[in-house]
Design a protein around this ligand. Structure first.
Ligand code: HEC
Ligand code: HEC
Length: 359
């Protein structure tokens, strides 16, 4: 920290380092009293923060290391992840929609599943799932073990049957060896399949990037445009109110106005899980680490480019108005109050995109 601050002063990287250091590493609700500040813990060189009232903020920082997963379970999980025998048709693997070469996403707005059925949502990258406290855009699974069998069983995704999957795997001598190495005996159970898939996914992490080097302490890993973009991200552009902490996600649910409420492509998001009125159209804030590699964007893949995403936020997100017949509808969703027009210039928008590309 000391070294860092001195270097920053020398290079004049940011105008207002002192103010940047005034934010503790703890999570706090903006507006509540700040806990005692321990500047040593703060990642150095972060530009000043501007949060919307009500934002829940955790300071930016490097991803905390995860405990190592048992290597034999990871190896088995990696193999299962690539194996189309987990699907009813024998044609679709987890990797079909979470492709390693595409940062474990699939590069299309909405994935194709069993029999090329078009799914309703965009396949997220899996690079940060080990750090996520809930899974899926609507947070309906709370562990990777709980999540793992869902796509196998989903009729539009892999349309598999667990007895059939167990039978196929147990009939393969090399799988019997792999299960024995991972779990001590050759029994193929649903729980073990889920555990191995989970161990493999927890072993993933985002690639090293300019931002990961910067946040680990390498002051000049970001170029001038990217640093201006970071300052906007934390400041005028208002991104840090939701995209914060080591993942650049508050792991909370927000409505950006993209639910197509009452229209053919309607997606009620978190509401389907909680039944709470305020969750209509709310989706989990995604991590932005590696985001330049996972276009198209949003839960429905509706925004093809990062420039488009920035323009969307610059306009204050989407605020659909109720039609006449929806005026009394108590469920008509309200766009998050954390979004508002930002009046960013063309150059500022380009800087913000440059920063997102460095993630
Ligand atoms: C047909 C495409 C498809 C297949 C096959 C598929 N997925 Fe997915 N996956 C998706 C989509 C789409 C989502 C987002 C769905 C949602 O949020 O409702 C998703 C979400 C996830 C998530 C949550 C990620 C997050 O950030 O919350 C995990 C974990 C995951 N899949 C793992 C798997 C595993 C493991 C398999 C294989 C057993 C698998 N997927 C098979 C398309 C697919
Ligand atoms: C109110 C909280 C909030 C604010 C403020 C916010 N975001 Fe988001 N962001 C989200 C949520 C929630 C999603 C997913 C929404 C959905 O799919 O409907 C998202 C999605 C994204 C995505 C798409 C990621 C992907 O993998 O599809 C990008 C990129 C992004 N935000 C960047 C930004 C930038 C840049 C800013 C500032 C200009 C910003 N966000 C401000 C909550 C927020």
């Amino acid at each position: 920290m000391g070294r860092f601050r001195r270097e920053a002063g020398k290079r004049g990287v940011f105008a207002d380092i002192a103010r940047a250091c005034a934010v503790g590493a703890a999570t706090f609700v903006f507006g509540a009293a700040l806990a005692a500040v321990t500047p040593e813990k703060v990642t150095p060189l972060l530009p000043p923060l501007q949060l919307e009232p009500g934002a829940v903020f955790t300071e930016f920082g490097p991803l905390p290391p995860r405990p190592d997963e048992p290597p034999d379970a990871v190896a088995l999980g990696a193999r299962l992840f690539e194996d189309p025998r987990l699907s009813g048709s024998g044609q679709i693997a987890c990797a079909s929609c979470h492709n390693r070469e595409l940062a474990f996403a699939d590069g299309v707005s909405r994935s194709f599943g069993h029999d090329r059925t078009r799914l309703t949502r965009n396949a997220p990258s899996l690079a940060t799932v080990g750090w996520m406290s809930t899974l899926f855009w609507d947070g309906r699974a709370d562990s990777l073990e709980a999540q793992a069998l869902m796509p196998i069983l989903h009729p539009d995704e892999m349309r598999g049957s667990l007895p059939e999957v167990r039978r196929r795997l147990a009939a393969d001598a090399s799988y019997r060896v792999a299960f024995t190495q991972a779990f001590g005996d050759a029994d193929v159970t649903d729980g073990r399949i889920a555990q191995a898939l989970a161990a493999f996914q927890r072993s993933l992490s985002p690639r090293r990037s300019r931002y990961s080097r910067f946040i680990a302490g390498e002051a000049d890993a970001l170029d001038a445009a990217q640093q201006r973009g970071l300052a906007l991200f934390r400041g005028k552009a208002g991104c840090a109110s939701c995209h914060n902490g080591p993942l650049l996600s508050d792991q909370r649910f927000h409505n950006l106005g993209l639910s197509f409420y009452g229209r053919p492509r309607q997606d009620l998001g978190r509401y389907a899980v909680t039944g709470a009125r305020e969750d209509v159209g709310a989706f989990r804030t995604p991590s932005l680490l590696g985001v330049s590699r996972t276009a198209p964007y949003m839960h429905n893949g509706g925004l093809p480019t990062l420039a488009g995403v920035v323009a969307f936020y610059n306009a204050g997100g989407a605020r659909p108005r109720p039609r006449g017949d929806q005026l009394d509808d108590p469920l008509f969703p309200e766009t998050s109050a954390l979004l508002r027009p930002r009046h960013l210039t063309r150059e500022e928008q380009a800087d913000l995109v440059a920063f997102l590309e460095a993630l």
